[in-house]
Design a protein around this ligand. Structure first.
Ligand SMILES: CCC/C=C/C(=O)SCCNC(=O)CCNC(=O)[C@H](O)C(C)(C)COP(=O)([O-])OP(=O)([O-])OC[C@H]1O[C@@H](n2cnc3c(N)ncnc32)[C@H](O)[C@@H]1OP(=O)([O-])[O-]
Length: 729
């Protein structure tokens, strides 16, 4: 415990302010006051310990209530403190919780908002727990690459059993008050004023012994089945974790809960230290803060394009053009957020299909209310009064231009016109309108009602107000919005180009699609490039290549060398599949084959034969390619493209790229994102040297040519954070 004699008056006052002490007769209420989420920074911990000691000393006090001021009960440790000197300053969270657990006077935690991580661990160390109906509790530390290290892995199983504890801790799920009550995690749900109710409850239990209320003194209800439960959980958890070490380490700590409490706590401490010092914990914490930091956007193009000064327009109604997969997903997202939507589709059959999907997807409970916000139409004039339109038609510049011309003439002059393009030039689209300042790219990811990323594209003339509106709309509909500049493929798909290209080159050299997918999935992606291609439809890329003149529906353009296009190495294997009608899952065959009604990708001898013949025809000698080479050859060119993107100012910060990949492309979160991984896990110098070495072997693979920015950063020892603007990380 800290020596209070050494404290200055200022510091003492601060402790008191962060854990306010008030008395209500025989009850002391300690209110944590550390906005925004009342996390346990050093001053809060000290304030709580001081408050508890003061309450113990006062004979007039017979019970103690702990609660949060403002919006929530403490939402956990202060993650920004991790790795800093204050994190290690005593009292640590464990001593705060020990003081609560061993208090001879009953301690009641009164929960509102979200009691998470250390916050929920504090509640579990208390003798009683009350919650308002809207409260949620949980131990989400696994998402930060750590475990609930303040006794959570020991106390939770003593209440709910090992099986449920594993489920809750390894998924980090938040559970609602009612479910917490039925699991025995909360003693009572209180309606009305929480402070009043908590004080009255505390009075009602005064004088009762606290010994049998201490969770630490209980035994785990399903202790005799622990081996069985852990074995059953192990397989699923390892598969789901895809390389993240925290989930299985959480299980190991929970397993120790069947031992005496102190022994289990010791095991929890050791495993926590292991995770805290791993490279994955900082990567996941970076991912957590980056997700929030991208809300503070700006762009080097124009200093007015900045979250601090740009004000969004109010959007109450949105038109969506196109009831295909994307248009329908976007409509669902908008309706779920309570916005009015006018969905336009010129094809009646497609419109009916879209309406059915929307009805099916909206949850039963709110479906009719949400559906009442939807108007469907085949007539453009129905869009005359909406505040914004999101066009989601087929990815063709000619078609998009036609649609934008119509929209420009029909919608009110102040309406914002957004294109859900995955890579077309937003300036060319804007140029057909008389309001290029109100044209913006809003690139959603399929399925649009589920995927969290929204890549917002700033065109040459897009105004700060328009971009602020697109970013705000993203927040309203629960997306993680990232602001990027205009270039072919923007950030996400532009970086995907080198990745997919290099993956196909690996087939020429000897790998099978399943070898490449396996290596990438072992790295942590949910799906390798070939399974992903089959899922999204191989025709999307093929149409794009045809539009760019790289291939034709019949094969290479006339007078083109088979393995080169516009002077660059080119592999036509994907085009060859499309020409055979193998477009992926939707046609039952692509890089893999699929049994009717199944999504399981089965290696296909037909594809293997096609690749073998191709190698023979073009004189490629098959060799064995290691998983390491596959990962490096696919991911380093993708990362390299990220450096080009930063160099050109297409992304303002490396974290914008990381967030794009984490939320739109399934990049494994425990590695922090491509740019973080490059710098903090692999090291920029190593990335550069590997690219150089691969480039020496494959001089005509132009994506392997290291970016000048990467070279420069390695030469000067510059860090990625130093390139960013407005970054707190
Ligand atoms: C031995 C130790 C064992 C214990 C370990 C732990 O407890 S580990 C912790 C276990 N707990 C968790 O993992 C809970 C993590 N937090 C959450 O899940 C959510 O923040 C929320 C549900 C509490 C509120 O959601 P919401 O959408 O209403 O709000 P929002 O998400 O936008 O956040 C508002 C602001 O607060 C910031 N901030 C938030 N939490 C922390 C923190 N712990 N720390 C520091 N800062 C934090 C956040 O960055 C943002 O700052 P900005 O950008 O405005 O400068």
């Amino acid at each position: 415990m800290v020596n209070t004699m050494t404290l200055t008056w200022e510091a003492t006052r601060e402790f008191a302010v962060m854990a306010e002490y008030s008395t209500y007769g025989s009850v002391v209420v300690l209110q944590v006051n550390n906005p925004p989420v009342n996390s346990f920074s050093y001053h809060v911990r000290q304030g709580l310990v001081d408050g508890l000691e003061k309450a113990q000393r006062d004979p007039a006090i017979r019970s103690i209530v702990i609660m949060g001021k403002g919006r929530t009960f403490p939402a956990g440790a202060d993650v920004r403190e991790f790795g800093t000197a204050s994190a290690g300053m005593m009292p640590d969270l464990l001593s705060v919780l020990a003081a609560v657990d061993t208090s001879p006077k009953p301690v009641v935690s009164a929960i509102h908002g979200t009691a998470l991580g250390g916050g929920f661990e504090l509640a579990l160390a208390s003798h009683y727990r009350l919650a308002v109906p809207s409260a949620r509790v949980g131990l989400p530390e696994v998402h930060l690459g750590i475990l609930p290290g303040a006794g959570g892995t020991q106390r939770l199983p003593r209440v709910v059993g090992v099986k449920t504890a594993i489920q809750m801790i390894t998924t980090g799920q938040h559970i609602k008050a009612q479910q917490a009550l039925s699991l025995g995690l909360v003693d009572k749900i209180v309606q009305g004023d929480l402070l009043k109710e908590a004080v009255s409850f505390a009075r009602s239990i005064e004088g009762r012994p606290v010994e049998d209320r201490r969770i630490s003194q209980k035994t785990v209800p399903d202790a005799e089945k622990v081996g069985e439960v852990v074995d059953a959980a192990r397989k699923t958890i390892i598969r789901r974790a895809r390389g993240a070490i925290a989930p299985m380490t959480c299980v190991q700590a929970i397993q120790a809960s069947v031992l005496p409490f102190d022994v289990g706590m010791q095991r929890e401490r050791e495993l926590m230290a292991f995770l805290m010092t791993s490279w994955q914990a900082p990567a996941q914490q970076y991912a957590f803060f980056s997700e929030r930091e991208v809300r503070r956007w700006s762009h080097p193009r124009d200093k007015r394009v900045n979250f601090k000064t740009a004000k969004p327009r109010v959007i109450k109604s949105v038109g969506v053009v196109g009831a295909g997969t994307m248009g329908v997903g976007i409509t669902i997202s908008l309706l779920q957020a309570g916005l009015k939507v006018v969905l336009l589709e010129v094809n009646k059959k497609q419109l009916d299909r879209g309406i059915t999907t929307i009805q099916k997807t909206l949850s039963q409970k709110s479906a009719s209310q949400r559906m009442s916000l939807l108007t469907t139409t085949m007539d453009y004039s129905a869009l005359s009064d909406v505040d914004m339109v999101i066009e989601a038609v087929f990815e063709s510049m000619r078609l998009k231009k036609e649609v934008f011309k119509k929209l420009d003439s029909i919608t009110k002059p102040q309406a914002i016109l957004a294109s859900n393009t995955s890579g077309l030039d937003i300036d060319k689209i804007a140029a057909v309108t008389k309001r290029p300042d109100k044209v913006v790219g809003t690139h959603f990811f399929a399925p649009a009602n589920i995927m969290r990323l929204l890549e917002n594209i700033l065109g040459k003339h897009t105004s700060a107000e328009t971009i602020a509106t697109a970013m705000q709309l993203g927040t309203t509909i629960g997306k993680v919005g990232v602001l990027v500049g205009n270039c072919p493929g923007f950030v996400g798909n532009r970086m995907l180009g080198p990745y997919v290209t290099e993956a196909v080159f690996l087939l020429e050299e000897g790998a099978d699609p399943q070898d490449v997918d396996k290596a990438i999935e072992e790295f942590g992606f949910a799906m390798g490039p070939f399974r992903m291609g089959d899922l999204s439809g191989l025709d999307i890329g093929w149409r794009g290549r045809i539009e760019k003149g790289l291939t034709t529906e019949q094969g290479p353009p006339p007078a083109t060398p088979p393995l080169y296009r516009r002077g660059n190495r080119y592999c036509p294997l994907a085009d060859m599949l499309c020409m055979q009608g193998r477009l992926g899952q939707k046609t039952g065959a692509g890089w893999y084959r699929y049994e009717p009604g199944s999504r399981a990708a089965l290696p296909d001898p037909v594809v293997q034969q096609m690749i073998r013949e191709y190698r023979q025809e073009h004189g490629f000698k098959k060799r064995t390619i290691s998983s390491q080479e596959i990962v490096e050859r696919c991911l380093y060119p993708l990362i390299n493209e990220g450096f080009h993107i930063l160099d050109e100012g297409i992304a303002a910060r490396s974290m914008d790229i990381d967030v794009t990949y984490l939320f739109g492309y399934g990049w494994p979160r425990h590695t922090g994102g491509p740019m973080y991984y490059a710098e903090k896990v692999v090291g920029l110098e190593k990335i550069l040297r590997s690219l150089e070495s691969y480039q020496a072997q494959y001089p005509d693979h132009h994506y392997l040519q290291p970016s000048p920015l990467l070279r420069d950063m390695v030469a000067k020892g510059t860090s990625l954070a130093a390139l960013g603007t407005d970054s707190k990380l």
